[in-house]
Structures are given as structure tokens and as C-alpha cells.
Design a protein around this ligand. Sequence first.
Ligand code: URA
Length: 465
Amino acid sequence: MRVAALADPDDFEGWRDAARGLAAEGVPPDAVVWQVGDVPVDLFAGAPDETAPTPAATGPGFSVPRAFLDVARIVVQARDPERFALLYAALDRLRREPKLMEDAADPLIKRLDGIAKSVRRDVHKMRAFVRFREVEDGEGSRYVAFFEPDHHIVRGNASFFVNRFASMRWSILTPEVSIHWDGTTLSEGPGAARGDAPEGDPIEEVWKTYYRSIFNPARVKVGAMLREMPRKYWKNMPETALVPELLAGAQARESGMIETARAAEIGDNAGAAWDALREEARGCTRCHLYKPATQTVFGEGPVSATMMFVGEQPGDQEDLAGKPFVGPAGQMFNRALAQAGIDRSEAYVTNSVKHFKFEQRGKRRIHAKPDTGEINACRWWIDQERMLLRPKVTVALGATAARSLFGKTMTIGASRGRAMALPDGGEAWITVHPSYLLRLPDPAAAEVEYGRFVEDLKMAHAALG
Ligand code: URA
């Protein structure tokens, strides 16, 4: 027996390195015991041979499909004690069955998919139901929340909260581990009990508004509601007081739904959540850009879309029409989409910044680039859109979109032409903004760049599989 010791229960890198080395040596799955620290995680495995070390990481000697690594990254966060062994068994089979991941009926793949689904659901719950309470410490306000995840998802989910609440100082306490953000650095501490987080909620109204935006009336059936949102989460949520009100309004809201949602993890029909989100965005005052603009230009497209396009901000015509990409850049975009074989009506198209920023010159309104503060203020909406849509592939059109999605400056030249992992776990492709193509003075260069743009779109589209 070989012992593969991992540092943490969600140690993906540790598992990957050990698995690579074991696979390169041809060690069969039933000859490995996986353990976290000193404790075996799979109690059904045989007894370890203390003298056999975990091999150093090398390549496994064959190429591993990305789909497998994506699933592995999620599955290691599960509480299932067999997760590391199951993943290694799949890795071992991939050597002989390179198409294994495509066989959804295979019992091992089915089991891994089921585990991954359960982890994703838990991730969603954490994102939706964590509630911060405001406390004062020596340095001012700190927001503290307690949460009990079902799986080991806290570290993997930390970047979501860092991005979402970048300017706040906060702590999330869980029984296993606590994470703390001071505005610049994320740190980790020991687990905590519910009583370690403060009671009450001085910022209750904020959460009530947020909760309204994600409430889904399709889940009014109490059974479904309890399944999706077990009572243990309710304890964290002062807004459960809202439930009778929401239930009363649910039918009316449901009948007003304009789209049928795909079965999202939040429930079977997310139409009302979208309606609520759009309605909330209509009144957005998160930054000053709403003042001179005509209206919020929210994203557009079927809520079942698997592809999301993110632009910079509405232009003059979009501001007047209330729709994204309908002006000159939009026409260029439409042409390129058609050439890339992408049906715009099947995609979700939105912008990083939802209000038109401009300088008034006489009668003309000249586009002005949004600054980092404006982009960050508007990331709230992109996050909400992404949480509801959960697109398979996201295309960032230009530097502002890339900055908004990744939370940092991205160089288009160095990033285009390949899939990139987003902080929220999604897959993104970065390309130029269609306006850039319109601004190129040399027609020959513009034609070349346009061709590259179409190629980028094709590659992103092909990633849908
Ligand atoms: N440019 C964008 O980025 N978005 C639009 O909606 C229009 C122009």
C-alpha cells in the first residue's frame, strides 16, 4: 500500500501532484491510501505500508483531459471520504479510455458528476445565504458571518467573497476553518462556533433587498423550499421574515415572468429572480454614472443561454434604446457573430458598466472610458447575472470587460485565443472590443484584426462543445 498524504481536505494541488506521480509509476488505485494530515480519508481502503513514500510529482505519462481536471477541482472539495480514491481510479482509467469523461452513463463518471453537483449546490448556497453582521473593532467596521457548509468549500469560495466585498473588511466563520479579509489580504484561521459570530443584523435591509433579488417563486412549495434551503440556513437569515410576503406575491410575479429559466441550481424557474434583478438594476445608484445617463442598460438574452458576452458600457444609442450593442459597435459585433456561426438570439449579451459614461461636447455625447471605481461598483450586477445564468462560456470583449470579470488588469494580446479560468470558476475567453476594430485607421490592418476577432469568437463558441 502507498500512502498519499494531503495537507487539507480540499487540497487539489496535493492530490494532483501525488496522483501524477503515482500514475507515472503505474501504481494501481487499490494500492493507494489517501489521507489528509495523519488521518486516512477512505476508511474502506487497505492498511498503509508506512515505508512506501508518496512519489514526487511528474507527469502521469499521458495527457489528461481538461474536463477531468475541472471535475477533480470541484470533487476534492466534497465531504465524501472516497473522493480522492475515486478521482485516482478515474485518472487510472483515462490512460486506457481517453474518452471516459464523455461517458456520462459510466458508473464512476456518474458518481463523480453527482459529487460535483452536490459541491456546486453547496457553493451556491454559501454565496446566496452567507449573512454578514456589522461589528466595530479598533479599525472600524468589520462584517462577520457564520456559515455551515456541507462540503469543504470555504477556501475554494473565498475569491468570490473577496471579489464581491473587496472594499469591506470581513470574516466568514465556519466550523472547520475561518477566513478573514482585511481589504488587501486574505488569511485563514481555525474553525469557529455559531456563537462566535454576533447576533442581530444591523444591515438587515441590505440582505432583504438582496434576498428579494434571488427569491424564486417556483420554489414556494414548502417541501422544495426546505430541500433547497434547509432550515439550518434560515437561522442565518433575518429575511426569512420576508417569506410570507414573498409567497403572497409569488403567484403574481410568476404570472408576469417573461422568460422560462433553465433548471438552475437555485430552482427550476429563475424567471422571477431575473425580473427582480432587472427591476433592482433599473434604480441602480451604486456609482455616480446613473445621474446623466438616460437609463440602466441591463443584459439581454435568454436566461437559458450557455454563452455570455460582456462588453464595456452602453454607448449613445444603447443609452437611448435601453439595449446593449445596438449602435455601430453592435453592428460590427453582429456581423462577426454571424460569421463565427453564433446566433446572437441564443446568447446573453451584457456590459461591465450598465450606464453610459460620456462627456457632453455641444450637442454630442462623447464616450468616456469607465474608471476602475466605476467598473468595480458595477461588478455587483455582473456577479448577479453570472450567478443566475451560470454560462458555460463567457467572452470578455475588450480590456474593461476582462478587468471586470477577472478583477484585475488583463493583457488582451497575451490572453486571447485560449480558455481562462474566472475567479468564480467559469470559463472565459478574452478578445478585443468591436469598437477597437472600428477605430483602426488602416483598412488592411482592420480587415486582419477583424479576421482575428472572428477566429476568437469561433474558438469560444467551439468551447461550448
Ligand atoms: N459598446 C459596449 O461595450 N457595449 C455596448 O452595449 C455598446 C457599445
